[in-house]
Design a protein around this ligand. Structure first.
Ligand code: ADP
Ligand code: ZN
Length: 710
């Protein structure tokens, strides 16, 4: 149900307040989204609200405006849009403020019996300390003694609200930095440009963070607030420590890994105005701040900024809505901007700022290519090329650290010949095919075409054609054999547990308690480990051959990001990149750090093949645990869209209905209508069709340019 209901209410109620209201014989929670003196209903028909939550207005006024905008943009109920602004911890009302009792010294002028030694000691102690946490004092001198002192009036108990602060004990260093001329120019540029959106395209280590911090600092000094978004906050302890040391309690962290209590406190610190900077992953774009001066999206190309669950919003879109509402600047930053973003910058829609050099003109690490086809021919079937072994040896001997990166994304497997590098692609779409073991065939995720599984390589006749790469465990085992003395840390989804899991592993590595860090995508992101001078990329081809039109872009981004971890301090860095396709143009541009070359090539391919940004990939998902119902709805959705196509033939490059590549998830059958559209003009109608065809048994939803088509 997506409707607004009217109730009568007390005079002083304001929009944004939470209330309990009678609703169809039950009592439910609701939000006041507006107050008016009149109603279309006669007064006696209006039911009164039952009660008002005893808290300040939960929602900032902006939420009520954005609620309409988000609900119409992504076709979600208004209540679902509002929920984005209020984490579940706040809504359920289970978490409350935390309190701690303190014992506070009042007077030593009390009568103690001569035998009450403990009381005398405690009194002497607290008189000197003035105050102490009550339970601690009880532990020291015994609860009886302390209670006696409280009764005599020597000590008073003070119940105080405390803040549960995440990542306590974070190391903070407070160096004051002078901006480099390039950083200063970037900052002035952002200040003086009249464009809303700014893109900082700066090579890894060019000091983008320092620019963000200065943008934030400037807005705070103007009495405004800021939102700072990073892809995955627990992966960036250095970033947190910089923010803490710079802004102290003015910065609050919003992050799914926090305990409910921590979330509650951080959220209220922002809502109450005590904290002025919200830092966090995607969902922090909904931070309860008013008067925002800047929204910053670091590593803007990262796919985590697209929500994969309803509402399927794009963080950048929402950030832009908030920036417009507040008259704020939106600053995007990346060493490898997404093609879609960069195109806008080139066309002048965004203000483009380019930083071409690392801080102190440090060179970017040299990238050595190891051709794994040659290694196989030489009889080396291990995961490590000779070049990588030699470089590891040298790095360990010099007392520096190394990162070994495994390129793993999802569990999809592709057909790639290990002897010659041949890759199986779709004849219609020019994207890599994915192997599906359940029916032993190859499928194209963009048009649904099916191909027979190959038994041998059609190019060279080789028999090693199914490629799935090596796991982290195996890599660690091999490393231990090759370098028995090395201390190795492993970081992947299996080893990371608990809310601080990533953080703890990274801290260990930062403290040099290990020599080699082995991990997947999660170690690629913005870390700054000064002692890392070698990065090994084990299978650069894995993402190159991912069945996605963006696989080239993703590979370029990954190689650039991972390489960027090497040689950030005094010693020169190196990268060994292992591949079966050294001649691939993506790898050529990546090893030369040639983003522009990559971009121009990529954008012309996208234009020629009608892929985004020259089209919009749109998928309408139909899911249900009832196959018959699902097929019925699928048919109706497809007919409705076919009708749209009949009226607008030029708007469609492709349209078909099919099983989703993964046919069933959690007992739900998955079908899809897949289309490639010229632009956004029919999107609203397609959302309409999805909403109309959803029912109690079948769920229909729309995805725009989905990150994942499985
Ligand atoms: P990026 O985000 O562009 O990859 P960082 O912001 O991490 O780069 O900066 C790279 C390194 O340079 C960091 O170690 C940072 O501490 C250092 N740095 C940044 N700005 C300055 C400056 N103005 N003076 C000295 N060192 C700086
Ligand atoms: Zn295809």
């Amino acid at each position: 149900m997506d409707k607004i209901f009217e109730y009568s209410c007390p005079e002083n109620l304001s929009a944004g307040t939470r209330v309990k209201v009678p609703f169809g014989g039950r009592v439910i929670d609701g939000f006041v989204i507006g107050v008016s003196r009149t109603s279309v209903y006669p007064a006696e028909k209006l039911k009164p609200v039952f009660s008002v939550f005893d808290e300040d207005t939960a929602l900032v006024p902006e939420c009520l405006t954005l609620m309409h905008e988000i609900s119409s943009r992504y076709r979600v109920p208004k209540a679902a849009a509002l929920r984005l602004f209020l984490p579940s911890e706040m809504r359920l009302g289970k978490v409350r403020e935390a309190y701690k009792n303190f014992a506070v010294f009042k007077t030593a002028d009390v009568k103690l019996s001569a035998s009450a030694k403990k009381q005398a000691q405690a009194l002497e102690y607290i008189a000197a300390e003035k105050e102490k946490e009550f339970p601690v004092l009880c532990d020291m001198f015994g609860r009886g003694a302390i209670n006696a002192l409280v009764e005599k009036g020597a000590i008073e108990i003070d119940k105080r609200k405390i803040s549960r602060s995440p990542f306590e004990g974070l190391q903070t260093k407070t160096e004051q930095r002078t901006l480099t001329p390039a950083q200063r120019a970037a900052l002035d540029n952002i200040e003086n440009s009249d464009k809303r959106v700014h893109l900082i395209h700066g090579v890894t280590g060019s000091g983008k963070t320092e620019i963000y911090l200065n943008v934030i600092d400037r807005e705070i000094k103007r009495g405004r607030t800021a939102i700072f978004l990073v892809p995955e906050i627990s992966l960036t302890p250095q970033m947190l420590s910089q923010l803490r040391s710079r802004f102290g309690g003015a910065a609050a962290i919003l992050h799914s890994g926090l305990s409910a209590g921590e979330k509650f406190d951080e959220w209220w610190r922002l809502r109450s105005g005590e904290a002025k900077i919200a830092i966090g992953a995607r969902s922090a774009v909904f931070a309860p701040l008013e008067n925002i001066g800047a929204v910053i999206i670091d590593e803007e190309h990262d796919s985590s900024y697209l929500s994969e669950t309803a509402p399927r919003y794009s963080t950048c879109d929402v950030a832009l809505m908030r920036a417009k509402y507040n008259g704020a600047k939106l600053v995007l930053g990346s060493a490898t901007p997404s093609v879609e973003t960069y195109v806008k910058a080139v066309k002048g829609e965004y203000n483009l700022i380019t930083l071409t050099e690392r801080i102190n003109k440090k060179p970017l690490p040299e990238i050595i290519i190891a051709d794994m086809r040659k290694e196989v021919r030489r009889g080396n079937n291990s995961a490590f090329s000779q070049a990588l072994r030699d470089e590891l040896d040298a790095t360990l001997n010099s007392g520096n650290q190394a990162i070994i990166f495994l390129n793993r994304r999802g569990y999809s497997r592709t057909v790639m010949c290990r002897d010659c590098g041949y890759v199986a692609k779709c004849e219609n779409c020019d994207v890599t095919l994915t192997y599906h073991s359940e029916d032993n065939c190859l499928k194209c995720h963009y048009c649904g075409a099916k191909y027979r599984m190959l038994s041998a390589c059609p190019e060279c006749g080789g028999l090693h054609v199914l490629y799935s790469g090596t796991g982290t465990q195996r890599v660690v085992a091999d490393l231990k054999e090759l370098f028995p003395a090395a201390r190795i840390l492993r970081m992947d989804n299996d080893t990371v547990t608990g809310k601080d899991g990533h953080y703890k592993i990274l801290q260990k590595f930062a403290k040099k308690e290990a020599d080699i860090l082995v991990g997947t995508q999660m170690i690629a992101k913005g870390h700054d480990f000064p002692s890392v001078t070698l990065v090994g990329i084990l299978d650069a081809d894995m993402s190159l051959n991912f069945s996605d039109y963006r696989s080239g872009e993703r590979t370029f981004q990954l190689i650039t990001q991972v390489s960027g971890r090497s040689g950030r301090a005094d010693d020169k860095g190196k990268v060994v990149l292992q591949t079966c396709a050294p001649e691939n143009y993506i790898l050529r541009y990546a090893t030369a750090y040639d983003y522009k070359g990559f971009f121009e090539n990529e954008i012309s391919i996208r234009e020629a093949t009608n892929f985004p940004p020259y089209s919009l990939i749109c998928r309408v998902m139909v899911t249900s645990d009832d196959k018959e119902n699902a097929l019925e709805v699928l048919k109706n959705v497809y007919f409705a869209i076919e009708e749209l196509r009949a009226q607008n033939p030029d708007e469609f490059y492709f349209l078909n209905k099919m099983h989703s590549p993964i046919k069933k998830i959690q007992g739900k059958m998955r079908y899809q209508v897949l289309m490639r559209l010229k632009g956004k003009s029919l999107l609203e109608k397609i959302y309409d069709i999805a909403v109309k065809n959803s029912n109690n048994s079948v769920f229909v939803y729309v995805e725009e340019n989905p990150v994942n088509l499985s």
